[in-house]
Design a protein. Structure first.
Length: 51
């Protein structure tokens, strides 16, 4: 387990860090897109209800 952990840290330390950062950015982007889509759809439904 120790040798496996040290090997994975040496081999995958940078990719894991990048993956964590990318997944955080992607989740932030997804929440932003969802919020934007929600606002957009609410605006569209407001326009539709006006007509």
């Amino acid at each position: 387990m120790d040798s496996l952990t040290s090997c994975s840290i040496r081999g995958f330390g940078i990719p894991v860090g990048l993956y964590i950062v990318l997944s955080y950015q992607v989740s932030f982007l997804i929440t932003g897109v969802v919020d934007f889509a929600f606002v957009l759809t609410s605006d569209l439904t407001d326009d539709i209800s006006l007509f």
